[in-house]
Design a protein around this ligand. Structure first.
Ligand SMILES: [Zn+2]
Length: 80
């Protein structure tokens, strides 16, 4: 194999390794729990938080970013 080809091969090999093993931080965003109710205003860190016990609606697991930006929630004072 010519030297240039070997370099290219090495590059493709290392980039594919990187692709299959991305840094854990980038794929696992912080997950939080929200009560899917119109009156709920907060998101929870803990699934067993007593703030969630009162929830009569569905409890949904979303990313912290989505809870803040899409659901307009703030952090729960009990579990944060
Ligand atoms: Zn809470």
């Amino acid at each position: 194999m010519p030297f240039a080809m070997r370099l290219l091969h090495l590059f493709l090999l290392s980039s594919s390794l990187f692709f299959f093993h991305p840094p854990k931080e980038s794929v696992h965003a912080t997950q939080v729990y929200i009560c899917v109710s119109n009156t709920a205003k907060v998101y929870h860190q803990d699934r067993d938080c007593r703030g969630l016990e009162a929830c009569t609606h569905t409890i949904k697991k979303v990313s912290e970013t989505a809870a803040i930006n899409e659901y307009k929630r703030r952090a729960c004072k009990v579990c944060y």
